[in-house]
Design a protein around this ligand. Structure first.
Ligand code: AMP
Length: 471
């Protein structure tokens, strides 16, 4: 049996290869036949360039159908795909290339596909074992230096199959895809589901709310980061009718504000389905398709995923989330030390996310372990305070950080998008929270710094406000 992920995906392509695979913004259509031929030709070109099984193919290229074909061609020849954020600078890219030593570095997938045009498509799919590497994903690194998470064909295939089932993919589904494809969310989660379904994808180069609105009547499933949904809600054209054709809106990569969840439901009558995942394990938990989708909760572990808190604390205890299961990566590329640090002796990956689990299994995330503030010896979880602040009048959203403090070690600082009175905000927080959790200082800003996937970069905020309590 061939455990190559491409073999699994290709086995689900529609028998009629003239069926649409990608619907492009300009009206052009790439059929499954076109995809298969393009992948076969690129696979032939990779081989001609000396790329062999186990070699890395690094790609920092715009989102085009050809870059998707290149991903699949890399799988097909048994090489390891290494996508890089298009925003990375030359110096950043150099670090990844030095670390991963790819055989090939591609910046223009369209030119590569042109070069492959005259070649006979490779029909063979490299016989991969489930444990062979399919991809290395460098973590987006909101703290510290980026590490390469090694994902195998088996890791990705098991997650794709579990999600296809959990989210109820069915004949007729059309995926609206406006995510970047240099990250797990757009590349693996979204595309594997729809390729397993043999269905069409509305392929948008980037998220533009007006463009998404224009395509929504043709789509049934959308996957996005929270920012997509706040931007849609800011567009008056996003109405109940505009969303009526959609079967499900899925959200993840960063926490979805409860206010966004509520506003979305009020506007469309639909509840966003929030899920939780990471480069190291793809999707870990999801709210149910049928059943309660609860604001602020990331739902239940996917079938096959074992999840526990802090080595096995009782239900309801807040601590670091640990996971084990078929989608969990095997380690960090050429970094056995970091790999050893991040796994427990019994093989659970220590995610670094802090959360709790209800007795029925439902999971709630309260932040990152690294974001934990220790003020005067007390542990303070920023999320708890952010939830209170976000409800206050004039507050769009908030980020709570710890800043060095001569007396408390760290003191709680709130950075708020919006306007208001510092004293009133601190007073309101004190009414709901223990005094040590209330911010000692409030800053008002126009925007919070975010990375490409919409995650707030608290490390930048900590750096910016680190001198708050000096002298
Ligand atoms: P990445 O590896 O770039 O996908 O980032 C993974 C991290 O994103 C996780 O460890 C979480 O901290 C965060 N994350 C992903 N989905 C969610 C979610 N639904 N709610 C809260 N945090 C999330």
């Amino acid at each position: 049996m061939n455990d190559n992920l491409y073999a699994l995906l290709a086995s689900r392509f529609p028998a009629d290869r003239s069926a649409p695979c990608l619907l492009l913004a300009d009206g052009a259509v790439i059929t499954y036949g076109d995809l298969e031929t393009g992948v076969g030709r690129l696979a032939a070109l990779l081989k001609a360039k000396g790329v062999e099984a186990g070699d890395r193919v690094a790609v920092q290229a715009p989102k085009t159908p050809q870059s998707l074909m290149l991903y699949l061609a890399t799988l097909k020849v048994g090489a390891i795909f290494l996508p890089l954020n298009t925003a990375y600078t030359e110096a950043e890219v150099r670090y990844f290339l030095d670390d991963a030593e790819p055989k090939l570095f591609v910046t223009d997938a369209v030119a590569l596909a042109d070069e492959a045009r005259g070649l006979a498509p490779t029909l063979d799919i490299h016989p991969a074992a489930a444990g062979d590497l399919a991809a290395i994903i460098y973590t987006s690194g909101t703290t510290g230096r980026s590490k390469g998470a090694m994902l195998s064909h088996g890791n990705l295939a098991s997650n794709a199959l579990a999600l296809h089932r959990a989210w109820g993919f069915r004949p007729g589904d059309v995926l609206l895809h406006a995510l970047p494809i240099f990250h797990v969310h757009g590349l693996f989660i979204a595309l594997h589901c729809i390729l397993l379904n043999g269905g069409p994808t509305i392929w948008l180069a980037r998220f533009d709310d007006d463009e998404v609105l224009a395509w929504l009547p043709k789509a049934t499933v959308m996957m996005g980061v929270p920012t997509f949904y706040t931007r849609l809600l800011a567009n008056p054209g996003f109405t109940r009718e505009a969303a009526a054709h959609m079967r499900v809106f899925i959200c993840g990569s960063a926490p979805l504000l409860e206010s966004t969840f509520a506003e979305f439901e009020a506007r469309t009558g639909q509840r966003i389905l929030e899920r939780y995942g990471m480069s190291e394990a793809a999707i870990i938990t999801t709210n149910p398709l049928e059943g309660e989708r609860v604001a602020g909760s990331v739902g239940y572990p996917l079938p096959g995923v074992e999840l526990r808190i802090g080595g096995g604390e009782p239900a309801g205890t807040t601590g670091v989330i640990e996971i084990r299961g078929p989608s969990v990566f095997s380690g960090y590329w050429r970094n056995p030390q970091k790999t050893a640090e991040d796994f427990t002796a019994d093989g659970f990956f220590i995610t670094g996310d802090v959360g709790r689990q209800d007795p029925d299994g439902r999971v709630w995330i309260s932040g990152r372990a690294k974001d934990l503030i220790i003020s005067g010896g007390y542990n303070v979880y920023p999320k708890e305070i952010e939830l209170i602040l976000d409800e206050l009048p004039g507050v769009g959203e908030s980020a709570v950080i710890g800043c060095p403090h001569p007396d408390f070690g760290e003191a709680v600082v709130a950075v708020i998008v919006g306007q208001g009175d510092e004293g009133e905000i601190i007073g309101a927080a004190r009414r709901s929270l223990a005094a040590y959790k209330a911010p000692k200082k409030v800053f008002f800003v126009a925007d919070l710094p975010r990375n490409a996937m919409g995650k707030v970069q608290k490390n930048l905020l900590r750096d910016r406000f680190k001198a708050t309590f000096e002298g």
